[in-house]
Design a protein around this ligand. Structure first.
Ligand code: 0X9
Ligand code: ZN
Length: 341
C-alpha cells in the first residue's frame, strides 16, 4: 500500500507535475503560479475550510473581452483521490505555459475564462498525508456523534440526503463514508463553492468536478432517475465527441439508461446541484484507473491519466462553445470539427 509519499525521492526523474504534492506544496505552487503569470492567472479566495484553511481558486484569463463565459473545474472534493488535485495542477500548468498559438486551448481561452479550484477539501487532503491515506470526507466535527467528517459530494442541495426517500447513496449517519451533513451546505467547503457559482451562474456554462477512480464520465442526474432536460444533447454531442478517441466506452449514463445508479442514487452531489442552478453542461470525471491501483494510483501513471482527461476537457469545452456561443471566433469551428470526427 502507498502509505508514504514516494514522490519526494530526489533521484526521481519525473517532473513536478508527475508527482503528488503535499498541501503545503500546493499552496506554495498556487502562489507561485499566480505571481509568475500575472497576466493570465489570478488567485481568488473563495472561502475557507472547516479547519480554516483558505480555499483558493485560480482564474485563467487570456483576454478581457466583454461578456465572456466561463468554465469551473474543482478537484479534490474527496481527500483520497490524489490524482484529482494532480489533474488541476496539470491543467493550470498546461494552460499557463502552452504556446497559445496552439489552437485547441487558445480557442477555449479566447472564448471562456477558466476557474480552477485545485483542492476543495484541504483538511481531508492533509489528513490523507498525515494520518489515513484512505480518508474521503472533510474533517468537520459532528455535534451528535464522535465520528468526524461529511462527504462534501453529498452535502449539496440536490435532493439532499434524498429528503425522505430511501437511498443507499447518502446517509444521515455521521459514521458512514457518505454522510450528507446536518443540512445542505452545512460544510464551509461546499458552501464556498455553491456561493461562488451562484454569484457567477450567468457566466459559468460548464461545470466539471474531478474525481477518481473508474475512468468514467458522469452527468446529471445522480440524485434522481429523471433524465436531464438536455439529456440527448449531452449524450449525442458529447458521446460522439469524447467517446471514440478519448474515453473508449467510458461514458456510463446514470438514471434510466445505465445501470450504475439505477438501484443506488447518490443525491447531494455538486454536478446535479450545478446543473439545477442552470449550468446545463455539468460533468463528473472519474479519472484512471479502473481499479487496479484505485485511489493509490502510482505517480508514474499521473501523466497518462491527466493527458487523457485534458483531451476530454478540451473536447467538451469546444463542444460547449460551439453549442452555446452564436459567434465563436472563426478558428474554433475548425478546431472543434477536427476534434469531433
Ligand atoms: O460518489 C461520488 O461522489 C462520485 N464517485 S466517487 O467514487 N469519486 O466517490 C460520483 C459522483 C456522481 N455524481 C453524483 N452523485 N451527483
Ligand atoms: Zn470522488
Amino acid at each position: 500500500m502507498q502509505t508514504k509519499n514516494d514522490s519526494t525521492d530526489p533521484r526521481s526523474s519525473s517532473t513536478f507535475y508527475e508527482r503528488y504534492h503535499s498541501l503545503e506544496d500546493i499552496y506554495y505552487w498556487i502562489n507561485r503560479t499566480a505571481q509568475d503569470n500575472p497576466d493570465k492567472v489570478k488567485a481568488i479566495l473563495i472561502g475557507s475550510s472547516y479547519e480554516k484553511r483558505p480555499l483558493y481558486a485560480l482564474k485563467l484569463t487570456l483576454n478581457n473581452r466583454p461578456n465572456k463565459k466561463a468554465i469551473w473545474i474543482d478537484c479534490g472534493i474527496h481527500a483520497r483521490e490524489w490524482i484529482s488535485p494532480a489533474f488541476c495542477l496539470w491543467f493550470v500548468h498546461y494552460v499557463s505555459t502552452c504556446d497559445l498559438v496552439s489552437v485547441d486551448i487558445a480557442n477555449i481561452l479566447d472564448n471562456m475564462d477558466v476557474y480552477v479550484l485545485p483542492v476543495m477539501n484541504p483538511d481531508g487532503y492533509k489528513y490523507t498525508w498525515t494520518t489515513n491515506r484512505m480518508w474521503r470526507k472533510n474533517r468537520s466535527i459532528s455535534r451528535s456523534s464522535a465520528c468526524t467528517g461529511v462527504d462534501l459530494n453529498r452535502n449539496f442541495d440536490a435532493n439532499w440526503c434524498s429528503e425522505g426517500v430511501v437511498s443507499e447513496g447518502a446517509s444521515h449517519e455521521p459514521c458512514t463514508e457518505i454522510y450528507c451533513g446536518a443540512f445542505p451546505e452545512s460544510e464551509p467547503e461546499s458552501e464556498a463553492v455553491a456561493n461562488f457559482l451562484r454569484l457567477h451562474k450567468d457566466t459559468v456554462q460548464l461545470y466539471l468536478s474531478i474525481h477518481s477512480y473508474s475512468q468514467m464520465l458522469l452527468f446529471p442526474y445522480s440524485c434522481t432517475l429523471d433524465e436531464a432536460e438536455n439529456h440527448n444533447d449531452l449524450v449525442s454531442g458529447l458521446d460522439r465527441s469524447v467517446k471514440p478517441s478519448i474515453y473508449p466506452s467510458v461514458i456510463r449514463l446514470l438514471g434510466k439508461v445505465g445501470v450504475f445508479h439505477s438501484h443506488n442514487l447518490a443525491p447531494g452531489g455538486s454536478d446535479d446541484w450545478a446543473y439545477n442552478l442552470g449550468i446545463k453542461y455539468s460533468f463528473t470525471f472519474e479519472l484512471q484507473d479502473r481499479g487496479h491501483y484505485g485511489f493509490l494510483l502510482p505517480p508514474s501513471h499521473i501523466a497518462k491519466a491527466c493527458n487523457e482527461a485534458l483531451l476530454a476537457v478540451k473536447t467538451i469545452a469546444n463542444k460547449v462553445i460551439e453549442k452555446t456561443q452564436s459567434f465563436p471566433c472563426p478558428s474554433l469551428v475548425t478546431t472543434a470539427n477536427t476534434l469531433i470526427v
